[in-house]
Ligand binder design. Structure first.
Ligand SMILES: Cc1cc2nc3c(=O)[nH]c(=O)nc-3n(C[C@H](O)[C@H](O)[C@H](O)COP(=O)(O)OP(=O)(O)OC[C@H]3O[C@@H](n4cnc5c(N)ncnc54)[C@H](O)[C@@H]3O)c2cc1C
Length: 396
């Protein structure tokens, strides 16, 4: 739970604090006792999502009018952080579900489509996946080759190959990004579609290093019927907008994993003895602990900024990149140090530190890798510098 001196407390409403308390209780009861078992079975139970739906965790950012919880971005991030303390795989699923699978139709679908899908996607009745990535389209989303063609009767038909899609083979419905044509310069036009997941052709659950319980999947789309979400040609803009929020969820996941691993490392430092002393008495390990705390607090502070901007209705793409980049790398470093502090025990599967360490690694890759975040940040900085100093002038 939130530290009593946390800066976050000033920005949360009383009902949000209540929601977070309930989320912590949900985690203790429904997640903590089972997370290691899910990891070994490489599966999250369907009933977990139903229970999460009832607890409001599947519709955190959606307004009450459609059946959501209408929580702030900060409260959403803190809930993801809390879940990640126990299970990275489920935290990742919840982060993607709320920001992408709910955020995309909420922000861009027609009222008619919204009526059909809400509150089913918010209360745990429907599992939804969000499919952008393909074998030739990862960091470079322009590489998408899946196509959607409009038939004479106005319906759309999708064909393509999607890879690494969270929840893909376990979903009921799916949001799919596809190419719907080219502009006059030959540039691809992207659009988003709502499909029935029963129509996909499964290939496999991809075996991942971490987040093993998550259904990371590969599948084909062969003449699949789709319903356009929002305007034709606006799919990439919508996807990138949703990813801003998604990145905050992934940053929060990294912080939760780091915090949890470090808590266990602290306990180990106090109980494990070597050379006749507690390992807590070795300065080398004390300094590791200090670095973890400073970096996790810095990550928390960086995460606060885009959350406040979201509450003000401001665009926060750049600030989301700062937070995602720093928090994911700080989270990984914290898990790595925690594992080192725990020694051989930390490396075994007798404890959860090694699971958190593998899970944290994903946060540096998913929803835009660290390199992609550095690209966004540096491009923004240089664009601003060009505007200030003038492009050609500055070269002289
Ligand atoms: C567990 C898991 C779950 C996922 N869930 C989903 C999902 O639900 N939906 C979805 O659509 N996708 C999903 N993904 C895909 C994820 O978003 C991509 O893996 C990620 O965007 C990176 O793309 P890539 O794997 O193709 O790596 P690549 O793009 O092939 O990158 C390889 C390396 O090159 C670097 N690189 C690439 N371009 C540049 C550049 N211009 N400059 C410098 N370095 C560069 C990258 O940072 C990386 O280090 C998931 C992935 C995983 C592993």
């Amino acid at each position: 739970m939130i530290h009593p001196n946390s800066l976050y407390l000033d920005f949360l409403k009383p009902d949000e604090l209540e929601f977070l308390k309930k989320t912590a209780a949900f985690c203790e009861k429904e997640i903590a006792p089972f997370a290691t078992d899910w990891e070994e079975k490489e599966e999250l139970p369907r009933a977990l999502f139903t229970a999460a739906g009832k607890a409001g965790l599947m519709g955190m950012l959606a307004p009450k009018a459609v059946g959501g919880q209408a929580l702030s971005m900060l409260c959403f991030c803190l809930a993801i952080e809390e879940v990640a303390r126990h299970c990275g795989a489920f935290a990742m699923n919840l982060a993607a579900h709320n920001a992408l699978c709910v955020g995309h139709p909420l922000g861009f679908a027609s009222d008619e489509l919204k009526k059909k899908i809400f509150p089913g996607v918010l209360n745990g009745d429907w599992m939804v996946a969000w499919a952008l990535t393909e074998p030739n389209a990862g960091s470079d989303t322009g590489g998408v080759e899946t196509t959607a063609e409009q038939r004479p009767d106005g319906t759309w038909e999708l064909n393509g190959h999607k890879l690494y899609i969270t929840m893909g083979l376990h979903s009921n419905r799916m949001i799919v990004m596809a190419v719907t044509g080219r502009d006059e310069k030959g540039k691809k036009e992207f659009s988003a579609f709502w499909i029935n997941s029963a129509d996909i052709t499964p290939v496999r659950k991809v075996k991942t290093s971490g987040v093993r319980a998550s259904n990371t999947s590969e599948f084909y789309l062969k003449a699949v019927k789709g319903e356009l979400i929002g305007q034709r040609g606006k799919g990439q803009h919508a996807a990138l907008t949703c990813l801003d929020g998604g990145r905050l969820g992934i940053a929060a996941m990294a912080i939760g994993l780091g915090r949890s691993a470090v808590e266990l490392a602290k306990q180990r430092m106090l109980t494990r003895k070597q050379f006749g002393k507690r390992i807590a008495d070795f300065q080398a390990l004390q300094f590791m602990l200090a670095d973890c705390e400073v970096e996790l607090r810095a990550a928390e502070a960086l995460l606060l900024q885009p959350c406040v901007m979201h509450a003000r209705g401001q665009k926060f793409t750049l600030e989301a990149s700062f937070a995602k980049l720093y928090a994911s790398e700080a989270g990984t470093r914290a898990c790595n140090r925690a594992l080192q502090i725990c020694g051989g025990w930390g490396y075994t599967r007798d404890t959860f530190v090694e699971r958190m360490w593998r899970d944290a690694r994903l946060t540096e890759i998913g929803e835009g890798s660290s390199e992609v975040q550095r690209l966004i940040i540096s491009r923004n900085l240089l664009k601003a510098a060009e505007e200030k100093y003038g492009g050609e002038e500055a070269k002289k």
